[in-house]
Design a protein around this ligand. Sequence first.
Ligand SMILES: [Fe+2]
Length: 155
Amino acid sequence: MSGRSESFKVNRKPITMGLSQFLASTYSLYLKTQNFHWNVTGPIFSMLHTFFETQYEELAKAVDLIAERIRALDHYAPGSYAEFSKLTRIKDAIGKKNAEEMIEELVADHRLMVDLIRELIPISEDCEDIVSQDLLIERLRTHEKTIWMLDSFLG
Ligand SMILES: [Fe+2]
């Protein structure tokens, strides 16, 4: 028997489903950013290696916040590669890329995250879930800031 009423759980189901996609997408972007931290090469290696590290650490913290918000809504938080690969909007990085291609791919992915968040905010509104909405707005702020920073590398 759950601590939360059944109506609480049912009413918030749409936002929880959306947050599960958001969790999987954030995890995928975290993994890709760490992949690029490992594999980046070129004259600004040191700068990008550190820059990507700051970003994947930030994304790892976000993953935890999103999963725990799903749990606070009394739903199961997905946490396996099989589940994440079904739910994510972010495609895996394939093959070897140069630094510029990595940055371009991350900019495109952070833009997808922005689009996903903008889809989820009205759902949080419909579910009267201002706490999830607050989390989404905070994540929106971070993704938009990251797009600006990544874009700045491209000149
Ligand atoms: Fe490292």
